[in-house]
Design a protein around this ligand. Structure first.
Ligand code: ATP
Ligand code: MG
Length: 404
């Protein structure tokens, strides 16, 4: 017996019913993105590791523990992308898109890689579809993006709570950071080892810690919303006003900070009560383009976790009829032409490759859930017709192939 192989841990095949759900999600999201006039961009799966280190942040879980990093033959550090935004920002600047138009709306779809402990809805290779808006500072862009998120949820019939928060900006966050750090020093005995370690470097990260004791410890922590400067406050208030006008239900979560360092002002997550985790997440990142060497460009975006949504959507019904062509006797040339005629008319056709009696063939037609059996024998050949059998009613009649 030969050696048998398995996919590496956390890497998975997508097929059958799962793939149908996968395609339903991606096509629904793509269709909505089209309606909002987003343009697709395909960026490489591999970038220089520093693209992610600089943007996502060294003190985050993603960069600190979850990235697949490897040297190329010249010893330069590359990384499999753990998320989509950093690469799109890199591409936005490298292709000088900012010089073409004052703003851009881009979307991407593809695999992402994170070295995490695999569990339900959490893999080492997973898929995201994400949207990014470059060049708009006004909160109506935030509101429209959140409306798009809520459209995705309702179109896919998924129940989720949209949580929002504001993380402020360069002006107001430093004072909040100080206040939060002071608070965290006070509750330090209740924090996990990671949080004690990271609170000095990045106290906001502690608010995002999943450890129960940490979550309890920060319940009474000072809130960023109480520290917002005038501009950030106005932005946040306007966003809420627009969301109400658009009838997008939301909940404010003052401890929502997200797992990436580049966010400013608006952050949001669609949280599934059923999974107890986020299924779509995003926010504003007004300084990132500039930090990457581009011109100052406010920006925002979100990413949809496809595998997470797959746990929540129903398998789609087949939206076409299947014809099963069954030749009996020496009629194959004619039968192949009939199949061709039907396919040219846009029908979905399976040709019976195996010989066997009518009973066996019809059993197989049922097995592949054919809607019609197209039976062709010597008589049909002579008359230039086929016997079309409706598999549901059992009704059958002779028809010309081009009349089907
Ligand atoms: P979590 O808190 O669940 O680890 P995250 O904050 O790391 O999520 P983001 O970086 O915001 O996730 O990615 C956006 C979405 O991508 C998530 O809301 C989730 O649906 C999905 N996602 C993230 N990591 C994974 C993974 N390892 N496997 C499958 N889906 C994932
Ligand atoms: Mg994560």
């Amino acid at each position: 017996m030969g050696e048998t192989f398995q996919a590496p841990r956390g890497f998975h095949d997508i097929l059958g019913s799962d793939l149908k759900k996968f395609r339903k999600i991606t096509s629904t999201v793509r269709d909505l993105l089209r309606r909002y006039n987003f343009e697709e961009i395909i960026t490489p799966v591999v970038e220089f590791a520093k693209v992610f280190e600089r943007s996502i942040g060294e003190a985050t879980d993603i960069v600190g523990k979850e990235m697949f990093v490897f040297p190329d033959r010249k010893g330069r550090l590359l990384a499999l992308r753990p998320e989509g935004t950093a690469g799109v920002v890199r591409a936005y600047i490298q292709n000088k898109l900012y010089a073409l138009r004052p703003y851009h709306k881009l979307f991407y779809e593809g695999p992402m890689f994170r070295y995490e402990r695999p569990q339900t809805g959490r893999y080492r290779q997973f898929h995201q579809i994400g949207a990014e808006v470059f060049g708009i500072a006004d909160p109506h862009a935030d509101a429209e993006l959140l409306k798009l998120v809520s459209d995705i949820l309702s179109e896919l019939n998924i129940e989720a709570v949209l949580e929002i928060n504001s993380l402020g900006c360069k002006v107001c966050r430093p004072a909040y950071r100080e206040a939060l750090l002071e608070f965290l020093q006070g509750v330090a005995p209740n924090l996990c080892k990671d949080c004690i370690d990271r609170k000095e470097r990045n106290p906001l990260r502690v608010l995002d810690c999943k450890v129960q004791t940490c979550q309890e410890a920060v319940r009474e922590a000072p809130k960023m919303v109480d520290f917002l400067c005038d501009d950030c406050r106005k932005h946040y208030e306007k966003l809420k006003e627009y969301l109400k006008a658009l009838e997008v239900p939301f909940r404010e979560n003052y401890n929502l900070v997200r797992g990436l360092d580049y966010y400013t002002r608006t952050v949001f997550e669609a949280v599934s009560p059923k999974l107890g985790s986020a299924i779509i997440a995003g926010g504003r990142y007004d300084y990132l383009v500039e930090e990457f060497g581009g011109p100052p460009t406010p920006a925002l975006g979100f990413a949809v976790g496809v595998e997470r949504l797959m746990l929540l959507v129903e398998e789609p019904q087949r939206d076409y009829e299947l014809f099963f062509v069954i030749p009996f006797g020496e009629v194959h040339a004619y039968a192949l032409k009939v199949a061709d005629t039907l396919r040219k008319k846009g029908k979905v056709v399976e040709f019976s490759y195996r010989r066997g009696g009518l009973k066996k063939q019809l059993e197989f037609a049922d097995k592949i859930r054919a809607d019609y059996a197209v039976i062709i024998g010597e008589d049909e050949l002579k008359e230039g017709v086929v016997t079309l059998k409706d598999m549901r009613t059992g009704e059958q009649k002779k028809v010309k192939p081009e009349e089907i």
